[in-house]
Design a protein around this ligand. Structure first.
Ligand SMILES: Nc1nc2c(ncn2[C@@H]2O[C@H](COP(=O)(O)OP(=O)(O)OP(=O)(O)O)[C@@H](O)[C@H]2O)c(=O)[nH]1
Length: 324
């Protein structure tokens, strides 16, 4: 699972970053006014505008990643400009902004953009700084980019691990209920936006209590693991398996209509009935309710599956029924 997200700054931290940048630029502009450098004071005051706009969007919960990326690029252009006219006084601002690249872009893009940005900044600073100063800054900037890459990589790894821990059922290794809403809502969204079909299977093991009572809970757990493993091994690419309850699993099949979902459910039912576990002589069977997504209600979708499953149980178990 790859959850690399480029927007790693929480809203509060983003507001602090914005305020910090605005205050820094304001102090810079005031200092320029004080020393009579009105040209640069005007330029830096102008550079505050996109930051103020971006802060306002963040404040109103309307910020999006594209707008933040554009703001960062505008600020970077302003810093490159200051490198050209002010030399090292502009170069020092390369350091904090390079880190922001790693918060707003994927590692690959941040690496590429921060290298280009640094090259421009250093190149422009040559306008007034000797090459020995530029060489020293180059080394420090390389360090900064390397650390940015490392930190970003570590954060992404930790996010993946956190997501795994929060969304995975410990016993079976499939998704837990936390994944239910995001998973089904994304199917509903795709149906509304792109008319992409999706189907849902609700699978419940038959007479599972009997397995627990006869062979003990530990064996019952092993059966649940074996069933989850069979579903995972046989599911089509992109399908998601969620442990819905004790011995109930939901399988979301994106891009699949009811007819194909029914075929898959029947194959799965047969595969599960072929599971053999040492010491377990009772046949492991399941009942499955199937429903293709219609409308936009998550609850209705699950309820339809539940009704079909109920019918399958009442009709004698070990069968698949499609909701009408
Ligand atoms: N071993 C084990 N058992 C569990 C777990 N979660 C729920 N169960 C058991 O699953 C059983 C479910 O029993 P019922 O709801 O009566 O269902 P059933 O016996 O499968 O009967 P039908 O669904 O009607 O075929 C209960 O005995 C629960 O204790 C689990 O994580 N491990």
């Amino acid at each position: 699972m790859n959850l690399e997200s480029v927007n790693k700054i929480p809203r509060n931290a983003s507001i602090v970053f914005h305020l910090f940048a605005i205050v820094t630029l304001s102090v810079f502009s005031l200092y320029r006014i004080w020393i009579g450098d009105y040209k640069h004071a005007g330029f830096f005051s102008l550079a505050i505008t996109p930051l103020l706009f971006s802060l306002l969007r963040e404040w109103q919960y309307k910020a999006n990643i594209i707008q933040k990326q554009i703001t960062l690029i505008i600020v970077s252009i302003a810093i490159c400009y200051s490198c050209f006219y002010l030399g090292y006084k502009g170069l020092i601002y390369l350091f904090p902004t390079i880190f922001v690249y790693f918060f707003l872009f994927s590692i690959k893009h941040a690496l590429l953009l921060s290298c280009l940005y640094s090259l421009f900044g250093l190149g422009f600073a040559l306008n007034i700084e000797p090459s020995s100063v530029i060489a020293r800054y180059s080394i420090a900037i390389i360090d900064c980019i390397v650390f940015g890459t490392l930190f970003s990589h570590i954060i992404n790894k930790q996010k993946d691990a956190l997501f795994y821990l929060a969304n995975t059922d410990e016993l079976t290794g499939v998704y837990n209920r936390k994944r239910l809403k995001p998973s089904l809502n994304s199917a509903i969204e795709n149906k509304i936006k792109h008319q992409t079909k999706a189907s849902l299977l609700l699978l419940d093991l038959d007479h599972f209590k009997q397995i627990n009572d006869t062979y003990g809970h530990i064996t019952g757990d092993n059966v649940l693991r074996a069933v989850a493993e069979t579903i995972t091994r046989n599911k089509p690419d992109g399908a998601e398996v969620i442990r819905f309850g004790g011995e109930e699993f939901l399988i979301k099949l994106p891009g699949t209509d009811g007819e194909h979902a029914l075929i898959f459910a029947e194959q799965l039912r047969q595969r599960i009935s072929q599971i053999t576990l040492t010491g377990v002589s009772q046949l492991i069977t399941c009942s499955i309710g199937v429903k293709e997504l219609e409308g936009d209600s998550l609850d209705e979708w699950i309820n339809s599956c539940d009704k079909a499953l109920y019918k399958a149980k009442n009709a004698g178990r070990n069968r698949v029924i499609q909701a009408g």
